[in-house]
Design a binder for this molecule. Structure first.
Ligand SMILES: Cc1ncc(COP(=O)(O)O)c(C=O)c1O
Length: 405
């Protein structure tokens, strides 16, 4: 097992105080902090390696291209994709879902075709489908969840039919922590000939993901939630799908040749990467992948599971506290509310204790509607959190509660 306390030393931001208290960062669901490895990789790139990629014939540009394409290969290995042609760099999960909606779905779906999502989706896996519904008249269907925050696979099997063309599901819910059985869901989608997409925004920092084992058609991740920089993410898609899909945006780099009459598009994955890419972001994401691979995703998952169980047991001792989301399979996310206390008031007081938690609808308003709450307080864990952080969280909740009630 890696020394997870030592890992904390690799995160400069965690060495500082907040409101006079050592910083306890428990908002990893929103974004993670960055290890030295990532910070130094990006700094080195801008200090001594910066050049545009793919077109320079000089050494600096060739080296920048090697680093950028090397990062693509790292992500390929991380997801166990067959080929780097299947790894498209995008801004994040939001852009990945929009790309699938506007390129694949807008081309191959027609009015009346069904896209199935779940009740626990982030807005970024809801709104792009609503936009598509306006554009081409697809039917957006929603698989309900129970009061533990789980979807029923039997119900899913009943909902899919010959009209279902895509099932798009979060691998791990950011609002509830629920881990969905995406492999089984993918099988169900495929049984009716539908494609399957998983939103890995939360999952990739916490779980081992193998796109070939899941057999998903599309998988999306955001670099900033897995110790990498903001503004970079990945859409994985099976090669034959990407080959058939039209470009999402037009511009430089995604072309092979251009005349005023017509354009020949570049090969995969560049056909989907118009314009100068986020080079530093891609290279930084590669460093984040190295960071996670060195820890080992199985060990990360096991460690965060310990944190989750410890925190859940401690939170349950607090009178009036209700955990929102008690699925059998959960990642390191705990949402809760406390009788008569507004989540924002609670989080504001906790900030005085140096504790960063989120109080919001977590961009999953339908989840809040299900549980009939306006928002929740959410503590979400990363590899640098420890049992002391949780003890401080609990003490701060108790103190804030005293003041607010
Ligand atoms: C489950 C889930 N999906 C999608 C997103 C969107 O990710 P991004 O804002 O990085 O595009 C998030 C971000 O919170 C998320 O938690």
């Amino acid at each position: 097992m890696p020394d997870f306390d030592q890992i904390r030393q690799q995160f400069p931001i965690l060495q500082q105080t907040e409101n006079g208290q050592p910083l306890v960062y428990l908002d990893n669901g929103a974004t993670s902090q960055k290890p030295l490895k990532v910070i130094e990789t990006i700094e080195r790139y801008y200090r001594v390696q910066n050049a545009n990629v793919h077109r320079g014939v000089y050494g600096l540009s060739e080296r920048a291209t090697e680093l950028y394409e090397g990062a693509r290969e790292k992500v390929r290995g991380f997801l166990n994709a067959k080929s780097t042609k299947e790894i498209v760099f995008v801004r994040g999960v939001t852009e990945a879902v929009n790309l699938v909606a506007q390129s694949w779905a807008r081309t191959f779906l027609k009015a009346g075709d069904e896209v199935l999502i779940t009740e626990m989706e982030h807005h970024s896996n809801i709104v792009p489908w609503q936009l598509l519904r306006e554009q081409i008249g697809i039917r957006l269907r929603v698989l309900p969840m129970n009061d533990k925050g789980e979807v029923c696979l039997g119900a899913m099997a009943d909902m899919v039919n010959e009209h279902t063309k895509l099932v798009s599901v979060t691998h791990m819910s950011n609002a509830l922590g629920t881990i969905n059985d995406v492999k089984r869901m993918c099988e169900i989608a495929h049984s009716v000939g539908a494609k399957f997409m998983a939103d890995g925004a939360q999952a990739t920092a916490h779980l081992k993901v193998d796109v070939q084992d899941i057999d998903c058609d599309f998988y999306a991740l955001s670099g900033h939630k897995m110790y990498g920089p903001t503004g970079i993410g990945v859409l994985y898609a099976k090669e034959e799908l990407l080959e058939a899909m039209p470009p999402y945006q037009g511009g430089g780099d995604m072309i092979y040749s251009v005349t005023f009459d017509s354009t020949e598009f570049n090969v995969l994955p560049y056909k989907f990467e118009a314009g100068t890419p986020n080079i530093a972001g891609g290279i930084g994401l590669g460093a984040a992948v190295d960071f996670l691979q060195e820890l080992g995703m199985d060990k990360v998952a096991a460690y965060e599971d310990e944190l989750l169980h410890y925190a859940t047991n401690q939170l349950k001792q607090i009178e009036g506290l209700r955990i929102i989301g008690e699925a059998e399979r959960k990642g390191g996310v705990i949402s809760f509310i406390i009788d008569d206390i507004h989540p924002h008031d609670m989080a504001t007081l906790m900030d005085q204790d140096g504790i960063c938690v989120r109080a919001s609808h977590h961009c999953a308003m339908p989840v809040m509607q299900h549980f009939k709450v306006p928002s929740t307080v959410r503590a979400s864990f990363g590899v640098y959190n420890n049992f002391d952080d949780i003890d401080r969280l609990i003490a701060s909740i108790e103190e804030s509660k005293e003041m607010l009630l």
